[in-house]
Design a protein around this ligand. Structure first.
Ligand code: DGJ
Length: 695
């Protein structure tokens, strides 16, 4: 039984964990436990009493979902204003309901017609619990919601927790930072309209954590819009995490008989970061990815952006495709520049019609050519955006977000379309649907290259809900296109990794992690990404864009990009026959091991933050096949030539063969894990790929 109740104590049980809450005598809901299982009969609520006149008992209570109202002075999960101006919410337990693996706890305001249902879904074998909140207005007047986190999670111990999140930027996404939460508040958020390059809509709190040991409490928000993660530690040393839609410039008018469900948070408690990452990966493969390609290995693709940028022609794309096909590439994706008057980033966005000068007979001849070379064809779009220099903007200037008496701020010469308008949504859906219906396109790279400003939403009753509706419209257009064109894969891109989050991964099949394709930088980016997000979604290109600043062998570039979904982005017109052969060799190898990489377990044996090497091991679920990538960083030429690789996750009594390229080593799993393999790699930016098999 996954969910059970006894004397108003509710236990959500997964394979190894309990999430427990209970109802106090006064009807308030108390958080009791989240962690390893205990004897169910031992759980009890803890009544609270007066402290002193400067601290309210409500501040100390382990609330399950706190509301602004009564004497509470700390961060709360919810705040609303009722029609009479009252800004005070007081929720009392009403009832509970169990449907399958889902528990609903119904809370009602003591006076106003506000009903809040806390929804918990239990994913037993994955040790994951989802939380969301359904808010309903059972009265006649609007209720204005100003804040509604999806979850509030109280940490069990009074010790100082460390919080892990990213402090990235364009080109340096997923720069992981660990911050001790001694006191006060730590906020990770986005105010840009999309999840952005800086912080992640996730939390991970731990004491003394390592890859293999220590408890980590984590949660991931399934949402790509403005989010807020707030961690605080109060004067009683209680640490709480709040996660959900950002309350920045946000309001939602809940109408009579209307309900609103917050985005879902997926939470768990793991032993060490490795278990956390692998749990998220497995869970995403089972429940998060869109179904069409969830269980299918993703293809090796070529993307033409770094080769031709806006200077696209049938000739240059054909030449690139011919070389790509020789290498064994499976999808050929033509990037920006094929539509409208798109010869630079100054014009064309919004005009999703084939540029007749570049493609006089439409896209068909190029697509036919690509198909005849044995590859599928993919295309780039940026539907949410418009250039002032476009037919669309000249015809519908009011379709871009704006305030009547303010100039629209352009970034990369573009403005943001108000996709919350039905006419704009229809226009975009129809353009894309036509493009996909008329052409044999199997891959769409959906880009989005600027934060939103002057976000006027005069079409909405409550303009400050525009941030929420924008991302919902994006999800809706993508979902409808996917439904109508089930064979097409969708990639989420936002100036690199600006829209990599669990929300995006629920609607798109893969994500573009960063525009920075320098392989050394990429090792840091990929390491951070792999902590929270599934590697099956992680597109990783081999390119030569950094040749001027850091020369790195092609072998090294492959050793890095093969750690996600291998793609090629180099200017193949400049490749020698020998380089093409090298690409072919690695693409073949990747195809043999991509199931292990995309679906197996990942062990981060060493990272470049703390070691001269980045070493990652991927192992299939049967623990029979694996692949190890060893990439040395840019450190001293005379030091650190020697290292030891200690494998993880193998069966200790099983015999394995590790092929290092130079020799095959036959030993037991125990030997490889406990003793390890001594090896040497001379010089910076050297790499090796090892293959693990069973005898
Ligand atoms: C930003 C993306 O991240 C790049 O990969 C490329 O698609 C450009 N946009 C095209 O404008």
């Amino acid at each position: 039984m996954a969910i059970f109740e006894k004397n108003n104590i509710f236990v959500i049980e997964t394979q190894n964990l309990h999430y427990v809450l209970g109802v106090l005598d006064n009807g308030m809901l108390q958080h009791i436990h989240f962690g390893d299982k205990c004897n169910v009969d031992d759980y009890e609520v803890m009544p609270f009493s007066e402290e002193n006149s400067t601290i309210s008992p409500l501040d100390s209570l382990k609330t399950e979902y706190s509301t602004f109202g009564s004497a509470i002075f700390r961060e709360t999960a919810f705040k609303a204003t009722f029609a009479d101006g009252c800004r005070d919410t007081r929720l009392i337990f009403d009832s509970s309901e169990n449907i399958g693996n889902t528990l609903y706890i119904k809370l009602k305001d003591q006076h106003y017609p506000l009903v809040i249902k806390l929804k918990y879904e239990c994913f037993e074998s994955n040790d994951m619990i989802s939380k969301s909140v359904i808010i309903s207005n059972e009265g006649a007047d609007d209720i204005i919601i100003e804040k509604m986190y999806s979850a509030e999670i109280t940490m069990p111990s009074k010790n100082v927790y460390s919080s892990v999140n990213s402090n990235g930027c364009w080109g340096n996404e997923f720069e992981m930072q660990t911050t001790p939460v001694n006191c006060g508040e730590l906020v990770y958020e986005s105010r840009k309209g999309y999840s952005g390059h800086t912080n992640l809509p996730c939390f991970a709190l731990s004491e003394n954590i390592s890859e293999d040991n220590g408890k980590v409490y984590f949660g991931l928000l399934q949402y790509s819009g403005n989010f807020k993660v707030l961690i605080n530690r109060d004067s009683n040393n209680t640490t709480r995490a709040f996660i959900g839609i950002n309350d920045f410039d946000f309001k939602y008018a809940l109408k009579c008989d209307e309900s609103f469900e917050t985005p879902t948070v997926f939470c768990s408690v793991a032993d060490g970061f490795t278990q956390m990452s692998n749990r998220i990966n497995d869970f995403s493969l089972e429940y998060i990815f869109p179904e069409n390609f969830r269980t299918k290995p993703l293809p090796v693709l070529y993307n033409s952006w770094e080769s031709t940028e806006f200077d696209i022609s049938i000739e240059n794309q054909t030449k690139l495709a011919e070389i790509a096909s020789k290498m064994g590439v499976e999808y050929f994706v033509m990037d920006d520049g094929w539509f409208g008057k798109r010869n630079s980033d100054r014009a064309g966005l919004g005009d999703w019609f084939v540029n007749k000068e570049k493609f006089p007979n439409g896209l068909k001849p190029l697509i036919d050519k690509v198909n005849s070379l044995g590859m599928q064809f993919g295309i780039w779009v940026e539907p949410e955006m418009v250039n002032a220099d476009s037919d669309l903007f000249r015809e519908h200037p009011d379709w871009a977000y704006h305030f009547d008496n303010r100039n629209g701020s352009e970034l990369r010469n573009q403005l943001v379309l108000n996709v919350t308008r039905q006419d704009v949504k229809d226009y975009l859906f129809n353009c894309l649907d036509e493009l996909l219906s008329e052409n044999n396109i199997r891959y769409v790279k959906w880009d989005m290259n600027r934060p939103y400003s002057e976000v006027g939403g005069e079409n909405l009753d409550c303009p400050q809900s525009v941030w929420y509706y924008h991302i919902m419209s994006v999800y809706d257009i993508v979902d409808r296109l996917k439904k109508k064109h089930p064979d097409i894969q969708f990639e989420s891109c936002a100036s690199g990794g600006g829209r990599c989050d669990l929300g995006a991964i629920s609607h798109f099949d893969e994500v573009w992690t960063s525009d920075n394709t320098d392989p050394v930088d990429r090792l840091y980016i990929q390491n951070g990404y792999s902590l929270f997000y599934p590697r099956k979604a992680m597109r990783a290109w081999v390119t030569n864009s950094n040749d001027g600043s850091r020369r790195v062998a092609l072998d090294y570039r492959f050793a890095v990009s093969m750690q996600g979904v291998l793609s090629i982005g180099s200017n193949l017109l400049k490749y020698t026959d020998e380089e093409v052969e090298t690409c072919k060799k690695y693409i073949e190898l990747y195809k043999r091991y991509r199931n292990v990489i995309q679906f197996g377990d990942l062990f981060r044996l060493a990272d470049l933050m703390n070691n001269p090497y980045c070493i990652t091991e991927y192992l299939d679920k049967e623990k029979k096949q694996g692949i190890v990538f060893i990439c040395r960083g840019t450190d001293s030429l005379f030091k650190n030539n020697y290292a030891v690789v200690k494998m993880k996750g193998l069966e200790k009594d099983r015999n394995y063969c590790i092929d290092t390229g130079n020799k095959k080593i036959l030993k037991s799993g125990a030997y490889f894990m406990n003793k390890g393999i001594d090896f040497k790699l001379y010089g910076a930016c050297k790499s090796a790929i090892w293959i693990v098999t069973t005898e």
